[in-house]
Design a protein around this ligand. Structure first.
Ligand SMILES: NC(=O)c1ccc[n+]([C@@H]2O[C@H](COP(=O)([O-])OP(=O)(O)OC[C@H]3O[C@@H](n4cnc5c(N)ncnc54)[C@H](OP(=O)(O)O)[C@@H]3O)[C@@H](O)[C@H]2O)c1
Length: 323
């Protein structure tokens, strides 16, 4: 069994490396659409991965950079950082627009779309990095309250997660795809999704299922809109404060993301490369791509690894009632 898993992992890794090398042979998008003409919108740029990406785009000297999040004070900080990055990089000055809004609110997204149209006549690159976490085993949430109230509590938590991880990406897609298609010579969308959307993990039932919903949404949209280059980006744990957004009030059980997680700088650089080379699916670290296929071949093996990562032991089964 162990030999089979090792052989399958080696074969899949070789294929993954081969595909990645092939993607590097393609012409870079930045050669067709120079940075000085590129107009970028980052949704979820007030902190974390989106914030780091905004700094990178500013250093590259893109023409316009729209940064979106609900916290206007944080966006103002990011706009300042971006302006400093432009100066430090000696690039042509990027126009940074801080656009406060909630990506699950239709009125907010329409207002932002209209502003982009008025300022830059359109958009070339959209990064959907916003999302919320949920960290507790499903039935633990139900136990917060007795009976039906507990079940309702689960429904309320799932609605919040659905809003942040599915409705937001949905509203963003419906609002911006027509503008992207009609205004860019090389339209691109990158969705910052999660490894959890393809490899399930205990304590992540609500998070993983809502992220999986937006993954399928954007994968289907990629077929419906073949002129847009879609990238589905699936990192494992990343450093930062993401767990503070837990809609179920849960806390992290795995090792400290700030010690063991991927570095935001590395994640941002990999996102930029993925867009530039038109990659469709990106796992980070890349070994998670083959691991996701190993899950379908040897699910119990991957399930036990996931339980270990999240220090999860299932509760003992209750005694069976005799009829
Ligand atoms: N961190 C990880 O370990 C990890 C691992 C895999 C995947 N991811 C994914 O990576 C993405 C970014 O995570 P992160 O680590 O950068 O987390 P983060 O630091 O919490 O950033 C989340 C960003 O999303 C924004 N946001 C959340 N809800 C929003 C809404 N309704 N409307 C507009 N903006 C909203 C937040 O801004 P406001 O609060 O100002 O609105 C913030 O800018 C998420 O989609 C997450 O699922 C994270």
């Amino acid at each position: 069994m162990a030999t089979m898993i090792t052989n399958a992992a080696i074969l899949l890794s070789t294929l993954a490396i081969g595909f990645r090398m092939l993607s590097f042979l393609r012409q870079r998008r930045s050669a067709r659409l120079p940075r000085a003409r590129e107009r970028v919108l980052i949704i979820g740029a007030s902190s974390g991965i989106g914030r780091t990406l905004a700094q990178h785009y500013a250093a590259l000297g893109v023409k316009g950079l729209g940064i979106v999040g609900r916290r206007a004070d944080k966006l103002a900080e990011v706009a300042k950082e971006c302006e400093e990055r432009c100066v430090a990089a000696g690039t042509e000055k990027t126009e940074v627009l801080a656009l406060a809004g909630d990506f699950a609110e239709v009125a907010d997204m329409v207002r932002i779309r209209d502003e982009l149209l008025a300022k830059w006549d359109g958009i070339d690159t959209i990064i959907v990095a916003a999302g919320v976490s949920a960290l507790r085993p499903l039935l633990d949430i139900a136990q917060d309250k007795p009976g039906a109230e507990g079940i309702q509590r689960v429904v309320d938590v799932a609605s919040l997660a659905t809003r942040g991880n599915y409705i937001g990406p949905l509203v963003a897609a419906v609002t911006f795809i027509p503008l992207l298609e009609s205004s860019s010579p090389s339209p691109s969308i990158l969705l910052v999704n999660s490894l959890a959307s393809v490899i399930p993990a205990p304590t992540r039932s609500i998070y993983a299922s809502t992220k999986a919903a937006s993954l399928k949404l954007y994968q289907a949209l990629a077929i419906e809109h073949p002129h847009i280059a879609f990238t589905q980006f699936m990192p494992s744990t990343v450093e930062g404060d993401f767990r503070a957004s837990a809609v179920d009030g849960g806390t992290a059980r795995e090792s400290d993301p700030n010690k063991t997680g991927l570095k935001r700088e590395d994640v941002a650089r990999r996102c930029l490369d993925a867009i530039d080379y038109g990659e469709k699916h990106v796992w980070m670290p890349w070994t998670m791509g083959p691991s996701h296929i190993v899950y379908w071949l040897f699910p119990r093996f991957v399930e036990s690894r996931a339980s270990k990562k999240y220090h999860y032991t299932p509760p003992p089964r209750p005694a069976i009632q005799q009829g």
